[in-house]
Design a protein around this ligand. Sequence first.
Ligand code: SAH
Length: 397
Amino acid sequence: MSDMLPRVVLLPKRARPFYGRHPWVFAGAVGAVEGDPADGAEVDLVTNTGVFVARGLFNGQSKIRVRLLSWDADTRLDEEFFRKKILSAIGLRDRLGLNGPGKGCRLVFSEGDGLSGLTVDHYDRWLVVQFTSLGLAQRRDRIVGILEEAIRPEGVYLRTEKGIGQLEGLPLVDGPLSGGPPPGRIIIEEHGLKVLIDLAEGQKTGYYLDQRDNRQEVARLSGGRRVLDAFCYSGGFGLHAARAGASEVIGVDGSAPALALAQENAKLNELENITFHKADVFDDLEQRVGRGEKFGVVVLDPPKFARSRNAVGDALKGYNRLQTMALRLLEPDGILATCCCSGLITQDMLEEQLANVAALTHRDVQMLQRRGPSMDHPVAVGCLETHYLKCLLARVV
Ligand code: SAH
């Protein structure tokens, strides 16, 4: 069957990552393309001697020439294939108890679920779908059909990542794919807290589901403490801390719509020990350090600082500044939660950085937990880029 498909032939000695089940075949690894595949077409990846390695979807417009989806020469990438993959992903969330009305979870996590280019979030009775590959976007109707059959949602909404149109040659526009326009606000419950989601206008697909369990863990350490939630978005960490009995919580973010949502969340949960401030976090922390303010808990959850390898150095400087100011703000026996969602910055780099900051600020820092994303964001062992979120919990003596 395999010989019927167009073939992408690897350069000599370039097959190893793909035998290791890494799904991205970059243009630089490709020696030749045989059979003139259209963009989005099914192709076989073969070694320079013609041995089958894997099967995937081609895109001549993307730096990722092929996204690999199957390592089995007898499996075609047809509707049945996608149904099986999607149902397997949903099965995991069911087993974790995260999937269902009133809840919020990531139903399909792209490479983490072996479906490079597809992200699906489930908020109460709504699905938000994101395509980051042309091949899967072309199969949109079939994929949405499978999701509808499995979940029977009230509606499905399409969100697109900034810049992806250009990277993949993808002409996508945000909007409802079925079920009409979604309600302005959807409510989900997260570890007992009610959270409002604006799935059409909110950041990303509306909410940062990957931090679900980290929020709960930080809240557990926040009782009776004054908490600073830097980069708070719709209130995430701070709201959980406020609910867990923090004496006072301050959330800081630069986005007015995010803070409006955060305010509504506080009201919905009848929390009065939390306030929000619109500011640049770097300036805000500096001013608080200058005023000699002290906190029992500081959360740093900045956006992705490093988007390319060249940006890693500057990104580390950014984390350094934030952590230095956080340590200055923490009272003795304080708790620091420092998060990083740049895939290019590794756990080791983040820890080394924290050690430097601890030494420079003359503080003893004890690492309590090295945490990652919640389990609805599984990490594919063959594609460690899926382990993008790190969250270090430390005690600052
Ligand atoms: N902690 C949040 C998620 C944070 S996402 C949660 O638990 O849901 C990162 C946030 O940083 C976004 O809300 C964005 O608006 C904000 N942001 C980015 N750069 C900023 C800056 N320099 N100052 C203040 N906020 C910033």
